[in-house]
Design a protein around this ligand. Sequence first.
Ligand code: COA
Length: 181
Amino acid sequence: MTAIPTFTTERLLLRGVLLSDAAAYQKIFADFEVIKYLSSAVPWPYPENGAEFFIKNIVLPNQGKDRWNWGIFLKENPSELVGAVELFRPGKPENRGFWLAKKHWGKGYMTEAVRPVMDYAFTNLGFEKMVFANAVENTKSRRVKEKTGARFLEVKPANFVNPEITHSEYWELTKEEWQGP
Ligand SMILES: CC(C)(COP(=O)(O)OP(=O)(O)OC[C@H]1O[C@@H](n2cnc3c(N)ncnc32)[C@H](O)[C@@H]1OP(=O)(O)O)[C@@H](O)C(=O)NCCC(=O)NCCS
C-alpha cells in the first residue's frame, strides 16, 4: 500500500481509508439512500462484510497506484469516518466517486472535501482532465459538480444500484479550468 496524503479543510479531515475504518464505513454506507445512485457494481443488499472486503481487497492493494480513496472525518470527531472521496485512473469513464453519511448531507461537506482532492489530482497526480458522472435524478451530486466548475457533457444510459434509474449525466473538468488563469 502506498500512503496518500492527508488534507485538512475548514471543517474536515481527509486521510487514506484504513481497515480499522471498516465498521464505521459499513454502518453508514449500508443505507439504500446512500447507495441507490451508485453504480450497479455495488452489491445490494450490501453484504455484512462489504466494507471490510472492499477496503481490504480493492482499496488497500491499489491505494496510491491507480486509485486514491480518502475517508472523510469531521475535525470535531476525527476517529469516526463519515464518508469517502475516491479517484481512479483509468476512468470508468468517470474518475471520481463520493458519498457521505445521510445525517451529514446538506452542510456543504462534500463540496469542501472535493477541493483538496482536485487540487492534488491536477497538481500531483498528473491528471490533465477528469470525468465525473451522476444519475440524472441525483441532483445533490450534480450540485457538487456545478459548484466546482465542471462542464456538462452529455446524458447516456448507465446502470445503478436502483434498477429504475437508467441514465447518467457526464461532466468534464480540465486542469486549466480548475486552476484558472
Ligand atoms: C451527493 C452527496 C455527496 C452531497 O453531499 P453534501 O455534502 O450534502 O453536498 P454539498 O457540499 O453540495 O452540500 C449540500 C448543501 O449544503 C448546504 N450548506 C449548508 N451549510 C453549508 C456551508 N457551510 N457551506 C456550503 N454549503 C452549505 C448548501 O445549501 C448545499 O446545497 P446547495 O447545492 O444549495 O449549495 C450526498 O448527498 C450523498 O452522499 N449522496 C449519496 C451518495 C451519492 O449519491 N454519491 C454520488 C454518486 S455520483
